[in-house]
Write a protein that binds this ligand. Structure first.
Ligand SMILES: Nc1ncnc2c1ncn2[C@@H]1O[C@H](COP(=O)(O)OP(=O)(O)OP(=O)(O)O)[C@@H](O)[C@H]1O
Length: 230
């Protein structure tokens, strides 16, 4: 049973506070969804968690072990994987070569191919020629090959057709059901709430909702109010 616990976390950019006093948790077997309007601080939160940018104060713990001062590589070895926005791939390498770069002791490609058979079919194709949805599958597959305890995914749906987004959402739910702890940042609120367990809504870097996804899904007016304030 793995768990990511975020306590009183604050993060600044250019010396301005962007994320303020956030408390959140992500448990094994569940999906915590982070929602919020543009500029609310969602990407900044993930970047602070994975160590791309430093945190100003607060703690980040995986299974009780604090990592907030560790370098990104160390956080990855502690079990934190971050799928960043933008689908960064080695476009000249094949799908399979991209995946092999991420292989660790004890991981193999079969699990990733099991989740995304599409990648198996396209394994010899240069990654730059994959569709947007296939590229998103590839970056998620690569993150899985690091054998994470906690998988953080930033805006995986951006620019993709609804049918592909549903496919990706189902795959992420499957990963959580298999025991992974997932932290999902999404613009498509309804879809994310549909697969998620716990929801956090950020407004101007602060948590303005911490509760059940289903409750929020049934209250679109409340979600709208949380996004916009008032
Ligand atoms: N590199 C940076 N330097 C300074 N400020 C930044 C930087 N990146 C983002 N910001 C600011 O930090 C705030 C939060 O941005 P962030 O990208 O974390 O929000 P977000 O919720 O992920 O938004 P979006 O949904 O648009 O991606 C915004 O006010 C943004 O202008």
């Amino acid at each position: 049973m793995s768990e990511l616990v975020i306590s009183s976390l604050s993060i600044s950019r250019s010396e301005l506070p962007v994320v303020t006093e956030i408390n959140a948790r992500v448990e094994s077997g569940s999906i915590s969804v982070v929602l919020g309007a543009n500029g609310a601080g969602k990407t900044t939160l993930l970047e602070g968690l994975s160590g791309i940018i430093p945190v100003a104060s607060g703690t980040i713990a995986i299974d009780g072990h604090e990592i907030q001062t560790a370098r990104p590589g160390q956080r990855s070895r502690e079990g934190l994987a971050h799928v960043e926005q933008g689908r960064t791939i080695f476009s000249q390498l094949t799908t399979e070569e991209n995946m092999k770069v991420a292989l660790r002791d004890g991981s193999d490609l079969s699990e990733a191919y099991g989740l995304f058979p599409e990648l198996m079919q396209r394994r010899s194709v240069r990654a730059g020629l994959l569709s947007g949805g296939e590229q998103q599958m590839l970056v998620i597959a690569r993150a899985l090959l690091t054998r994470p305890k906690v998988l953080m995914i930033d805006e995986m749906s951006a620019g993709l057709a609804p049918v592909i987004v549903s496919r990706l959402m189902a795959a992420v739910r499957k990963l959580a059901d298999a025991g992974l702890a997932v932290l999902l940042v999404e613009q498509f609120a309804a879809l994310a709430l549909g697969i998620g367990n716990r929801a956090y809504v950020l407004r101007r870097g602060r948590v303005v909702y911490d509760g059940d996804c289903k409750t929020l899904l049934r209250s679109p007016d409340e979600l709208h109010r949380l996004y916009l304030g008032g």
